[in-house]
Design a protein around this ligand. Structure first.
Ligand code: AMP
Length: 186
């Protein structure tokens, strides 16, 4: 069996039914080939950063075990964003139905044309750090140190937990199967 790696994925969105967009993304991740979701944070609500005149976001972080390479995993995340109706080419940091960021992939560090790891802005964002620390209290961000130790510096950013994401692997798989049956996908 191919070796698996631990990765963390950040989920966010601020258009339409934000909770449903994140739950559907988790179901899609759980149903994807060579990806297992093994932990998920609560749902958080956060104020936008970078472009302030837009609706608040909902965010979460999940941990996955995957046999995909970092670039394959990123491509899979981008496919899921598109399937959820994300239109590329809008304003940077602007409104989006679904944003899936590859935050960490093991201890890999890289800065390529399509992929930078760790995610370049994660260490300064409370909406990433708070849910991340919830599911991985001791996790380190290569080049930055313990995620938990970075939280104090971003305490001024508006971000609050809303409750459970209502995610369970079993429920997610059931939902995916139902979706495939109704769309005729084997
Ligand atoms: P965004 O608008 O936040 O979805 O940014 C997407 C762009 O960031 C894409 O062109 C990706 O290739 C690039 N990118 C670089 N590193 C990452 C990463 N770790 N996770 C997600 N997107 C990344």
């Amino acid at each position: 069996m191919k070796k698996t790696h631990t990765a963390f994925v950040g989920l966010g969105g601020n258009i339409g039914d934000r909770r449903a967009a994140l739950e559907n993304a988790l179901a899609a991740l759980a149903g994807a080939d060579r990806i297992t979701v093994d932990a998920c944070s609560r749902l958080f609500e956060s104020a936008p950063i970078g472009m302030e005149r837009q609706a608040d976001f909902m965010n979460a972080v999940c941990r996955v075990q995957t046999a995909l390479s970092p670039l394959q995993l990123l491509a899979e995340l981008q496919r899921m964003e598109t399937a959820a109706g994300r239109v590329r080419g809008g304003a940077r940091f602007g409104p989006r139905v679904l944003d899936l960021d590859l935050l960490l992939y093991g201890r890999v560090r890289c800065a390529g044309e399509t992929l930078t790891l760790p995610h370049p802005r994660m260490a300064g964002r409370r909406f990433v750090l708070a849910p991340l620390v919830e599911i991985a209290p001791e996790v380190c961000i290569p080049g930055h140190g313990r995620a938990a130790d970075l939280l104090a510096a971003v305490a001024g950013q508006k971000c609050r937990p809303l409750g459970d994401l209502l995610y369970s692997a079993a429920a997610a798989e059931k939902k995916l199967k139902q979706r495939n049956v109704s769309s005729g996908t084997p």
